[in-house]
Design a protein around this ligand. Structure first.
Ligand SMILES: [Zn+2]
Length: 372
């Protein structure tokens, strides 16, 4: 069964549509989530995980003035423990879970049948999606950022996410993710930041013209950049410039204990690394016609605490959901350590985000690139 055979058309979605008039992609996706969650006709793995998800525990912890949601979420165990990009020495490749879907999995083909929208069984917020390329292309966004823009304009109820190969992706098969807009804690913090500029985080403007703005967000536990634009061509060009500058700055990722040097071979992609390490969130606001892209430049997805032994170890994988302030643990001992010891949260963000020196280099190089 090929990926395209898992497509469910509007006829199949009819029983799950809320309204039958004006069916758009947002309505189709909502219906797909209902179909896959249907205890009678849905996808058993998702239904089981929705049950487990009810036991989710969550606490909001203030770390150096920034609120972080710490969760105990067993449904995310496969992605938190995934070693897709880590087992450089083991020869045997595991079967690709995006090429080999479960028989009950259904999805929506989109963008000229080049992608299939699927429900993500690892639930951070119910309704989470995986948007996979129908071909087993490598997890590199360089030539697919334009697709990300189109997806954000189609799925206006959603924020579109991308995890770089060495920055938290759990599959080497090209995919985006999506989550209902503004459901993660840092998405709401970003909105407040752009409206009122609350402390301790604050915006450092790198570039601004009539239609666009580029900012670095300082004092936010992790490095974050915001690219905001009402112009399609401009946001694309800004991303390309940012990509090249970060690629340059990432050369500094060398000789850090437990962290692969930037540019090493990525075994699961069978290439030498060239894409800068980052997590992305993109959303499009149809009322203002504005894109908001958040870029989190990363050192790696694993903090040093992950590599400690015994009681000292904390099993976490830092990807886009974590960058957006939702720290996911799947063992109770880790969950307790995190909410009882906020300094550990601070350390985890510091370890996985680019260093202060890299931030300073990146800002200086961006200012030079954008002043041209
Ligand atoms: Zn695949």
């Amino acid at each position: 069964m090929s990926l395209t055979d898992h497509h469910i058309d509007d006829t199949g979605l009819i029983p799950y549509l809320e309204h039958r008039a004006n069916i758009d992609d947002n309505a189709r996706v909502a219906a797909l989530v209902r179909q896959q969650s249907d205890p009678e006709k849905g996808w058993p793995r998702l239904i089981k995980n929705l049950e487990t998800y009810r036991r989710l525990e969550k606490k909001v912890v203030t770390v150096s003035g920034v609120d972080i949601a710490v969760t105990l979420n067993e449904t995310r165990a496969p992605s938190v423990t995934a070693k897709t990009f880590e087992n450089a020495k083991s020869g045997r490749k595991p079967q690709c879970f995006l090429c080999h879907l479960d028989s009950e999995q259904r999805g929506l083909l989109t963008l000229d049948n080049r992608y299939i929208i699927l429900v993500n069984p690892g639930i951070t917020i119910p309704g989470d999606l995986t948007i996979a390329s129908v071909q087993h292309d490598p997890q590199i966004v360089r030539d697919s950022f334009g697709d990300m823009l189109i997806l954000s304009r189609k799925l206006t109820d959603y924020s579109i996410f991308f995890n770089g190969a060495m920055a938290g992706a759990s599959s080497p098969h090209f995919h985006f993710q999506a989550g209902l807009k503004s459901t993660l804690i840092a998405e709401r913090q970003i909105e407040r930041l752009l409206n009122k500029n609350p402390k301790p985080a604050h915006l450092v403007t790198i570039f601004k013209n009539q239609s666009s703005q580029i900012c670095f967000v300082d004092h936010f536990l992790r490095a974050m950049y915001l690219l905001i634009s009402r112009d399609d061509g401009e946001i694309k060009r800004f991303f390309e410039i940012f990509y090249k500058v970060l690629q340059n700055v990432d050369q500094a990722i060398r000789n850090i204990p437990n962290i692969p040097d930037f540019g090493s071979i990525i075994t699961s992609l069978e290439i030498n690394e060239y894409e800068p390490r980052m997590n992305l969130m993109l959303k499009f606001d149809p009322s203002s016609g504005q894109y908001l892209l958040a870029i989190f430049p990363k050192i790696f997805n694993r903090p040093q605490a992950y590599f400690r032994r015994g009681d000292e170890q904390i099993l976490v994988g830092m990807a886009i959901k974590e960058s957006l302030g939702n720290l996911i643990s799947c063992r109770r001992s880790d969950y307790q350590k995190l909410y009882q010891q906020p300094h550990l949260i601070e350390e985890i963000y510091r370890d996985t985000s680019i260093t202060r020196k890299m931030v300073d280099d990146l800002n200086a190089q961006l200012m030079a690139a954008f002043s041209l």
